[in-house]
Design a protein around this ligand. Sequence first.
Ligand SMILES: Nc1ncnc2c1ncn2[C@@H]1O[C@H](COP(=O)(O)OP(=O)(O)O)[C@@H](O)[C@H]1O
Ligand SMILES: [Mg+2]
Length: 195
Amino acid sequence: MVNLILFGPPGSGKGTQSAKIIDKYGLIHLSTGDLLRSEIANKTPLGMEATKFMDQGLLVPDEVVIGMISSKLDANPDARGFIFDGFPRTTAQAEALDKLLALKKTAISVVLSLEVPEDELIKRLLNRGKTSGRSDDSSEDVVKARIVEYHNKTAPVADHYAKFGKFRKVKGDGSEAEVFDLLCKELNELVAEKV
Ligand SMILES: Nc1ncnc2c1ncn2[C@@H]1O[C@H](COP(=O)(O)OP(=O)(O)O)[C@@H](O)[C@H]1O
Ligand SMILES: [Mg+2]
């Protein structure tokens, strides 16, 4: 199995690149942001709780997202591997993920981090807000709050995986195709293309 964490700040291109990677390598995409938005769209109690945090650009509590990921891992016992997008976002989430994978006799193979300068991130997010309908992309204050959360709570996740020699930086400010190419160079060493 190959288990990839696509890491990087909001707006770094994790969702866009994940879609390309699942096509090429046949991995299962687990995006906590997408899972939470679907809970909100279905007006579930979990969604109603999560939306309070998301609308302010704050992280949803760890136990909520860890529970969602745990059930998705259980629901896909025959997966070739997973791409985690937007998860783990705290060191506690990373430790929980490592334990969940160990129970399944597997582990994170690599963390690929999309490196994009901050002014470019803000530009991309506000631009996406014009069409995505995402409430957390439309106000500059909320976008900035998300970047602050990233620096305070998510950036330390890099150190967690760097300790195990699993953290790699990838230049994320080229075109979609250029970034995909760089990601594939890393992935080709780890996983065969799907047939
Ligand atoms: N792993 C997580 N832990 C806590 N909150 C999360 C997590 N994943 C998503 N969220 C919530 O959902 C919001 C949107 O996440 P996401 O769609 O991943 O944003 P982006 O793709 O722009 O980085 C976050 O700002 C946060 O409120
Ligand atoms: Mg995303």
